[in-house]
Design a protein around this ligand. Structure first.
Ligand code: ARG
Length: 411
């Protein structure tokens, strides 16, 4: 295969080697694309490195705002958390990267795209299924999956081809970061019995557990989207940066998860998600005020389905769009303010209010001002319990009041 290939380039060893390898093995010209989803790197250095290593062209795409507004906040409205633990930071960035690869391929006239994922993880699935959905005719090349090199062999290949190998002692962990969270795996973490050593945590410092004063923040939501911090309007990207810092300082958002990958492997991964932890908790608290019991119950099921879809790389599917339409509609009245206490590793919702609140003081109070008609409950319970009484009478043959100490008639 010849011609141009658009490579998702991180600046790391594997994707740098991939630039050379694609040129050598496939005889292709490489357009390196680095997507900025808030991974705090020096993108000018990365761009230059791609060119030095042999890319024909290197492009950096600032996708932070798209990432937050199209992907992260949609997942927040859904309350999407995979297996009840993982807020999906890495997973949410992959469909966006896939769509950028496709866009660049069109502009650059490339017939192939490539990525640096191995054959064991979820990210290969997400990127490739995403590219398939958007541009079924593009060829996808996964060098790291094809070349079968060990880490030592990759380093040797790099040295032989003049690719700079980081001299500093490399972190023993594999880390992926964006504005919604930091994912950490490998090294000693591969034994799920090992407690995470302190050096895995980058955003949530252990000292945060010893801070003696809490911080309080107020988050304003408009139709399910967070739009204000402490009464001031704030854009999504800035809000996440700020919350990662504020909540990270109190060591909030550490997650230790043995998860089920799409390819069938169980893996142990740690996450740091300070902003996500705060926002997901605050959003759910506001929904508890503004949505009915039926809406909350049904939406919980949708949240699980949605989280699985995102995790499994099915972002660009009709099924996800159907669910997103439902989720969007549920958010019409999820507007209001939530007060959160940040303290010793926890984000606790301590107050919530909304102009559309379904909470009625007159109905809830046990003090004066109570306008709930308690006498009406007797009739309600009479009807509500009717099927139970009917079934007991019809199917247990017992009509009489059972003698004291009698067995449960159904038992
Ligand atoms: N397990 C997470 C997922 O599949 C994160 C994957 C990337 N993690 C990493 N440490 N490089 O979404």
């Amino acid at each position: 295969m010849s011609g141009r290939v658009v490579l998702a380039y991180s600046g790391g060893l594997d994707t740098s080697v991939a630039i050379k390898w694609l040129a050598q093995e496939y005889g292709m010209e490489v357009v390196a694309v680095t997507v900025d989803v808030g991974n705090e790197r020096d993108f000018t250095v990365i761009k230059q490195k791609a060119l030095d290593v042999g890319a024909e062209k290197a492009i950096v795409v600032d996708a932070k705002s798209r990432f937050v507004n199209e992907f992260v906040f949609t997942a927040l409205k859904a309350d999407a958390v995979y297996q009840g633990q993982y807020p999906l930071a890495t997973a949410l960035s992959r469909p966006l990267i896939a769509s950028i690869l496709v866009d660049v391929a069109v502009v650059e006239g490339a017939r192939a795209v490539a990525h640096g994922c191995t054959g064991k993880g979820n990210d290969q699935v997400r990127i490739e299924v995403g590219v398939n959905a958007l541009a079924p005719d593009l060829t996808i090349i996964a060098p790291a999956r094809e070349w079968g090199m060990t880490r030592e062999e990759t380093i040797k290949y790099a040295q032989e081809h003049g690719i700079p190998v980081p001299v500093t002692k490399k972190s023993p962990y594999s880390i992926d970061e964006n504005l919604w969270g930091r994912s950490i795996e490998c090294g000693v973490l591969e034994d799920p019995w090992n407690e995470p050593p302190d050096d895995v945590w980058g955003w949530t410092k252990g000292g945060g557990l010893k801070i003696s004063e809490p911080d309080y923040i107020e988050l304003g939501f408009y139709q399910g989207t967070p739009v204000a911090l402490d009464g001031k309007e704030i854009g999504g990207v800035d809000l996440l940066l700020k919350l990662n810092e504020l909540a990270g300082k109190h060591a909030i958002g550490r997650i230790d998860h043995v998860e089920d990958r799409r390819v069938g492997i169980k893996s142990r991964e740690l996450y740091e998600a300070p902003a996500a932890t705060v926002l997901l908790g605050a959003h759910r608290a506001l929904e508890s005020l503004c949505l009915s019991r039926d809406q909350l119950r049904f939406k919980r099921g949708v949240a699980g389905e949605y989280a699985d879809l995102v995790y499994d790389g099915l972002w660009f599917t009709a099924h996800r769009e159907n669910l997103a339409a439902y989720i969007e509609n549920t958010q019409r009245f999820v507007t209001g303010t939530v007060r959160v206490k940040l303290f010793k590793g926890s984000a606790t919702v301590v107050g919530r209010k909304s102009p559309f609140s379904l909470y009625d003081y007159g109905l809830a109070t046990y003090d004066k001002g109570d306008n709930f008609d308690q006498s009406a409950s007797a009739g309600f319970i009479h009807i509500w319990g009717l099927p139970s009484r009917t079934q007991t009478r019809a199917q247990t043959g017992r009509e009489d009041i059972p003698p004291a100490g009698a067995k449960n008639p159904r038992g």
